[in-house]
Write a protein that binds this ligand. Structure first.
Ligand code: SIN
Length: 272
């Protein structure tokens, strides 16, 4: 197995593994080490059946259902993320970490590219360890004493625009969970920034108006080019990212083309 870092801190390509053959314990250990170190890892040219994709995902933990969409036929944990030729909105085109409005947000998300546009449709990933480390000690201390309220409906258009993806449980759009603003990774022990622009409503015990100036300052930092790795998808690329210490953004620059991803989320622990 070859591990090829893509930037100073985030992103690595893994070469020399054919996931359709399954993994050995030592291959998984090496892969998981790369996942923890580089936060996003990807493999090109993987030919997997849905069952083989599930088998691979299960090495990382328990796959779980996505609250707002059914899975593909026969595979409730594989959600199809699709933007059609006629849609102009795309799912996930805002900086975010997945499902922070639930008590135990996913530790990891996987996307397996089934159909990609001829150009565009890249996904950007940002390193939230780096975003935390770059804050002054005073700001780090203040944020470490705060929790944030996360909601499924912070972004006002969220419920309406993804007709192709979000098809069920619209009554859960007000679901909320309170999580620390700075979380400590349950495997690496490192601290990272854990608020995001589409799910974080406000700091606990403060109004949205009071919280927003500080949240906006933090969101600007999330977008610093130094913290970002950009993944250019090809058909059959499979990526897995660590939702505990990254945010991601699906670029929406390919109107008129179809993009289809198969997504699996892996259950995580309560952030602390
Ligand atoms: C997501 O936000 O989970 C989807 C990202 C993508 O489609 O690139």
């Amino acid at each position: 197995m070859e591990i090829i870092p893509q930037s100073t801190s985030i992103g690595a390509e893994i070469r020399g593994l054919d996931l359709s053959l399954g993994l050995t314990d030592s291959q998984y250990a090496e892969l998981n080490q790369a996942f923890l170190e580089y936060q996003v890892i990807f493999l090109r040219n993987q030919q997997l059946t849905p069952q083989q994709y599930m088998d691979f995902a299960s090495w990382f933990g328990l796959p779980r259902e996505y609250l707002f969409a059914d899975g593909i036929d026969g595979f409730p944990f594989i959600t199809e993320i699709v933007k059609t030729e006629t849609e102009t909105e795309s799912f996930g085109s805002f900086w975010h970490s997945d499902s922070t409005y639930i008590e135990r947000p996913p530790k990891a998300t996987m996307l397996y590219a089934r159909q990609v546009p001829p150009r565009g449709g890249d996904t950007l990933f940002a390193d939230m360890y780096a975003a935390y480390q770059a804050l002054s000690p005073g700001m780090q201390n203040m944020l470490e004493s705060l929790n944030a309220v996360n909601s499924a409906s912070v972004f006002p258009r969220d419920e309406d625009i993804y007709q192709e993806v979000k098809s069920k449980n619209s009554e859960s759009k007000d679901q909320q969970a309170i999580h620390p603003v700075i979380r400590t990774h349950d495997e690496t022990g490192r601290k990272s920034l854990y608020v995001n622009g589409i799910h974080t409503l406000c700091f606990e015990g403060m109004t949205r108006e009071e919280s927003q100036p500080i949240l906006n300052m933090l969101y600007e930092r999330v977008q610093k080019p130094e913290y970002i790795f950009r993944l250019q998808w090809q058909k059959d690329t499979l990526a897995i990212w660590d939702n505990r210490c990254t945010q991601h953004y699906a670029t929406n620059d390919y109107h008129g083309y179809r993009r289809v991803m198969h997504r699996i989320i892996i259950e995580g622990a309560s952030p602390c």
